[in-house]
Write a protein that binds this ligand. Structure first.
Ligand code: NAP
Length: 286
């Protein structure tokens, strides 16, 4: 039971609140180095749990290592109902880039680094992050995904997902082993995955949009502003409420480094959008 907007969703045996939290913004600028306000970052994470949110999205590449260590410092020993979802498949370079790291040895190292930095014996859910910073790139995921399946069989991972994936890669993964979620870029202005979301909903698989608020480039649209003004809400609230109403398998992981913004987003996502609002918003990404 939850009072959070959207209720809950179950991925495998993990029941999570559909309103989750994306921890990427907790590290320093451009997701490199420590946060300017260490105690403030810990306070955001504690506010996440205090609000009843049970889904935190992270990666050892954030910082790198910084974000996972903050999560551990703020929240371990973890409440039973909290599920931390991580991803492997990309590293960081000295310029802050995200070079792929999907060779079997790199994936094994990444899973062990996540376990160590989060202070866990088993990871609840690991996404194989594909493609590059520009988006998905076609090509077989088999060798990398099979490595994660091996680690799952060894008991280090409970559930698997894929991220930054094409529909063909999602299907290829599902032919190898069950996945419980797909994490791709999607928001009011970025609607490439509409058909994939509907197909996954039919299969009971979660879809977790990254950059729900536009990420490093905040969503901006006259139609979005018009709907927000009409409802007396912020554009961010409308963007999050629209995602929750888009499909029941859609889980939110908006990122913020501010406990105030976190609370605003939780309150804002509860907004009920009428058919007229949905029609106007639907036109933005078409
Ligand atoms: N799988 C992947 O490849 C991938 C890629 C990118 C991200 N992700 C995941 O997706 C999560 C969400 O993405 P994201 O955090 O990059 O982007 P986002 O959720 O679309 O937007 C975050 C940005 O919005 C701002 N913001 C949030 N709430 C606000 C509010 N109420 N008022 C004003 N500004 C607000 C944040 O700034 P403040 O800090 O100032 O609030 C931050 O700059 C990440 O945290 C990460 O876990 C995954």
């Amino acid at each position: 039971m939850t009072n959070l907007p959207g209720g809950t969703w179950t991925m495998g045996d993990l029941t999570v609140t559909r309103f989750g939290y994306g921890a990427m913004q907790l590290a320093g600028p451009w997701v490199m180095g420590p946060p300017a306000d260490h105690d403030g970052a810990l306070a955001v994470l504690r506010a996440v749990v205090d609000l009843g949110i049970t889904h935190i999205d992270t990666a050892d590449a954030y910082g790198p290592e910084i974000t996972n260590r903050l999560i551990r410092e703020a929240l371990a020993p973890y409440p039973d109902e909290l599920h931390i979802v991580t991803k492997v498949g990309a590293n960081r370079d000295a310029q802050g880039g995200w070079p792929p790291a999907r060779e079997p040895h790199a994936l094994r190292e990444a899973v062990h680094a996540n376990l160590r930095n989060l202070g866990l014996d088993v990871l609840d859910l690991v996404n194989l992050r594909l493609g590059n910073a520009e988006g998905p790139v076609p090509g077989s995921l088999a060798p990398a995904f099979e490595t994660l399946v091996e680690l799952q069989q060894q008991g280090l991972i409970r559930h698997l997902g894929v991220s930054n994936a094409t529909s063909e890669q999602v299907a290829e993964a599902q032919a190898i082993a069950p996945i419980v979620c797909v994490q791709n870029q999607y928001n009011l202005a970025h609607r490439e995955d509409d058909a994939l979301i509907d197909a996954l909903a039919g299969q009971g698989v979660a879809y977790v949009p990254f950059f729900p608020l536009g990420g490093f480039t905040p969503l901006q649209s006259d139609a979005l502003s018009a709907v927000a003004t009409r409802l007396g809400a912020t554009p961010k609230a409308v963007a999050l409420a629209w995602l929750l109403q888009r499909s029941p398998n859609l889980l939110l992981i908006p990122g913020t480094s501010s406990a105030g913004h976190l609370r605003e987003n939780v309150a804002g996502a509860a907004l009920e959008l009428a058919a007229e609002d949905l029609a106007q918003l639907d036109a933005i990404g078409r």
